[in-house]
Design a protein around this ligand. Structure first.
Ligand SMILES: NC(=O)c1ccc[n+]([C@@H]2O[C@H](COP(=O)([O-])OP(=O)(O)OC[C@H]3O[C@@H](n4cnc5c(N)ncnc54)[C@H](O)[C@@H]3O)[C@@H](O)[C@H]2O)c1
Length: 259
């Protein structure tokens, strides 16, 4: 029998961490060997005892892949720590800047270790981004509305940022024909990217992760929408990611890189 992939989950007690632990335990070729969180330390989850320090876990357990769903302030430090300990990261935590992504890519290539960072693990969301990219070739006006639950710490969402980057790959500047605008309430037009794509972040209880990309042209509109109603929507992507980083020594940003 082939060896099971030894997985550690950082942010194990969080909403995503718990979904990942359940998903990993359902796979025959994976084994949860470590659960790291700063809450419920010493208690059990998924059959392992929750430990506080990622650094100690990396040194003391035989972890091959760490899945990280913690928070934007920790993700950079955690990803570097994982790679420096010769372990492969699968990162779902959002909030990494481009400069930090470059640095992590460099480290993963230098170490020749598989590394996947995906702002959205839902396959449907990745397709929504690809469709928006394709539509940008034909529509010169487009804006993004992203909706998340009200416990999300960063805005705009990593998915919205990634969508805007993909759209900008097709067209240098959007909405150039808008008239001069005045905001009587600051922020009304949302955040504006270098390519002049407006991103509007909505935070409401009851929602999980949703995004609409709206394109407008004379006499028509195109709306591309994706909804994650449940965190289970992210799990096939996470499981695929764990297998990918074990089998490949490359750096990948975005789930589309392994689909
Ligand atoms: N890529 C995706 O598809 C995707 C999907 C959903 C959420 N996210 C992102 O994942 C992240 C987590 O989301 P969530 O909803 O599970 O959040 P959450 O707040 O429910 O969980 C975060 C967990 O991290 C733990 N934590 C905090 N500090 C820690 C530390 N030093 N070491 C270990 N654990 C620590 C917290 O105690 C908590 O249990 C967010 O950045 C969110 O935007 C990404």
């Amino acid at each position: 029998m082939t060896q099971k992939i030894k997985v550690g989950v950082c942010g194990a007690c969080g909403k995503m961490g718990q979904a990942v632990i359940n998903a990993v335990s359902r796979e025959n070729d994976m084994e949860l060997v470590s659960a790291i969180d700063i809450v419920n330390v010493g208690e059990k989850t998924g059959g392992v005892i929750i430990e506080q320090s990622l650094e100690n876990a990396l040194k003391e357990r035989e972890i091959q892949v760490v899945v990280d769903f913690t928070n934007p302030e920790l993700v950079y430090k955690n990803t570097k720590l994982i790679l420096e300990n010769n372990v492969r990261p699968v990162i779902g935590t959002t909030g990494l800047t481009e400069a930090r992504l470059d640095e992590i890519e460099h480290l993963s290539r230098k170490k020749s270790l598989g590394c996947l960072i995906a702002p959205n693990f839902a396959v449907g969301a990745v397709l929504m981004m690809m469709f928006a990219q394709k539509a940008s070739k034909y529509f010169s006006n487009g804006e993004i509305i992203e909706i998340h639950h009200n416990k999300k710490k960063d805005a705009p969402s990593g998915t919205a940022v990634k969508t805007a980057q993909l759209m900008a790959g097709e067209r240098e500047k959007f909405s150039q024909d808008n008239c001069a605008e005045t905001e009587t309430l600051k922020g009304s037009r949302g955040g504006v990217t270098e390519s002049n794509i407006h991103i509007h972040s909505v935070r409401l209880p009851g929602f999980v992760a949703h995004q609409e990309v709206i394109f407008g042209a004379p006499g028509q509109a195109l709306t591309i929408r994706h909804d994650s109603f449940d965190r289970i929507s992210f799990m096939p992507g996470v499981i695929m990611g764990i297998r990918h980083v074990m089998a490949n020594n490359d750096f990948v940003y975005g789930l589309e890189g392994i689909l």
